[in-house]
Write a protein that binds this ligand. Structure first.
Ligand code: 7PM
Length: 266
């Protein structure tokens, strides 16, 4: 899953909205590098960020989704927590809802249930504006696992079939470095749900804390983290650097095939 940020600072010409042409070029580049999903996000969920209005998020997101849906083969994912944005983005061609609030915002659960697309449910402790102030857990793996169980049950009760659900531990969302590391180490626990596991580790603060690298220089650390996550059972990795991630995962796939007894090279 390639990340396509459509917040005003990205793909803009200095104006308030991203230019669809620039966003399309970046999405096409990610697809040519091997992205199967393009995640379009118009709401900044950065720690400390203020929320944006419904209209602003619609204006940023829907034209881009419409443009991409007509021109690229990849599934278009919409990174939103707002029911209005879910509805309009799916009508514009989005095929996946990626919600960092796991459908806990008013109206989101019933809206997503009515739209017939898959939903990624992500764990977050607190809310974006304050979540990094003092994250606390007794047992981070157990608490994330129990939260996701509860959200999966809520979705199933609302009529969303299991085949439409994905789960994500939400790296960096109300978590300190030690929590993120424990979660990555224990990720395999989440495979008990028998749902696709999505992870977003790309360029995050935890990679910066480990490597000391600035945001745009976190490609190697991010690729290593993606590799470890897939080894622990992740099925979808949300990344900025598609080619680097693809190459690292190709090495893992080759070694795994060898181990399972496939003799492709004679
Ligand atoms: C600024 C800082 C902007 C951080 C955006 C972010 C995830 C996600 C994000 C994730 C899923 C980022 C985050 N992270 N959706 N959306 N999982 N499912 O680092 O980990 O990209 S936004």
């Amino acid at each position: 899953m390639g990340v396509l940020n459509v917040t005003p600072d990205s793909f803009s010409d200095g104006g308030a909205f991203p230019r669809p042409g620039a966003a399309l070029t970046h999405a096409q580049a990610m697809c040519s590098e091997g992205a199967d999903i393009v995640d379009v996000g118009g709401q900044s969920t950065r720690p400390g960020a203020e929320s944006v209005s419904v209209q602003e998020e619609l204006d940023r997101t829907v034209p881009i989704v419409e443009s991409l849906a007509a021109r690229i083969d990849a599934v278009i994912s919409v990174d939103t927590s707002k029911p209005e944005v879910m509805r309009e983005a799916v009508n514009a061609g989005a095929g996946l809802i990626n919600d960092v609030y796991a459908l806990r915002q008013p109206g989101a659960l019933t809206t997503a249930a009515a739209l017939e697309v898959p939903v990624c449910l992500m764990h977050m402790q607190g809310e974006p504006r304050t979540m990094q102030l003092e994250p606390a857990y007794d047992d981070v793996v157990r608490e994330v696992d129990e939260f996701l169980s509860e959200r999966v049950s809520a979705c199933r009760q609302a009529g969303i079939g299991a085949e439409r659900l994905l789960i994500d531990p939400g790296f960096g969302f109300g978590k300190l470095l030690a929590h993120n590391l424990t979660l990555l180490r224990g990720l395999r626990r989440l495979t008990r749900h028998h749902l696709p596991i999505v992870v977003g580790l790309s360029r995050k603060g935890m990679i910066g804390q480990i490597t000391g690298a600035a945001m745009s220089e976190r490609v190697y650390g991010s690729a290593a983290a993606a590799l470890l996550a897939v080894q622990q059972g992740a099925n979808i990795v949300r990344v900025h650097d598609v080619r680097a991630t693809r190459e690292v995962l190709a090495v893992l796939a080759a070694v795994s095939a060898e181990q399972s007894g496939e003799q492709q090279l004679g």
